[in-house]
Design a protein around this ligand. Structure first.
Ligand SMILES: [Zn+2]
Length: 207
């Protein structure tokens, strides 16, 4: 399969300084570079790419353009799976402790059972194997008409089964274990890759 891994937030021609969400890891009230969503999604993307390639898949890494353009590019390439890479955070106006203690996988609410929901479930199953996220993985259909519309905008228009992957919260104390270094965060990328692979195998009828 060809898997598009889109490190979103970065590479927006109309918003060059977008780094996504952040978490105040050291509690100094300042937004340090290392506390940015876009830094960690880069490492998640790379670890997912390594695992997908190891499992025999091709990877189309993306990190440039408006999202609508990226979706067109993915369609043009003819990818089999598209993943918008994100991390969650409620920091900025809300007290810590109100943050979510879960990992989220959104799929296109209009997609068929064998595509969106099945792919999301397969990824969620792998994510739920991580001790920190056991029984804390949420799978949601993304739509343009409700609170999921922002997740929907990250994947809308992609013809292949598409996922918005938000495996952890940057500002939840239980999730800090992921954001220590490149090794600690790599489990989030590997879970994504294994879930995609498992879905692909199931779709081909391989057990
Ligand atoms: Zn984001």
């Amino acid at each position: 399969m060809i898997v598009a891994l889109d490190r979103q937030h970065v590479g927006k021609p109309h918003r060059i300084d977008d780094q996504g969400a952040w978490g105040d890891f050291d509690g100094d009230g300042k937004h340090d570079v290392i506390e940015s969503e876009s830094i960690w999604t880069a490492l998640i993307s790379l670890s997912a790419e390594m695992e997908l390639r190891r499992l025999g898949h091709s990877v189309y890494p993306m990190s440039h353009g408006r999202y609508s353009q990226r979706h067109k590019d993915a369609n043009k390439v003819g990818v089999d799976v598209y993943v918008a890479l994100h991390l969650n955070s409620l920091t900025g106006g809300t007290r810590s402790g109100q943050s979510g203690n879960y990992g989220a996988v959104f799929y296109d609410g209009r997609s068929s059972r064998a595509n969106g929901p099945a792919l999301a479930d397969a990824i969620g199953a792998e994510l739920g194997k991580l001790p920190t996220l056991r029984s804390k993985v949420r799978i949601w259909p993304a739509k343009s008409t409700d609170w999921t519309s922002r997740a929907y905008s990250t994947i809308r228009g992609v013809r292949a089964p598409a996922i918005c992957y938000e495996p952890a919260f940057l500002d939840h104390e239980h999730h800090r274990v992921f954001f220590e270094n490149a090794d600690s965060v790599s489990v989030l990328g590997q879970a994504l890759a294994r879930g995609i692979h498992a879905w692909g195998q199931a779709r081909q009828g391989v057990t």
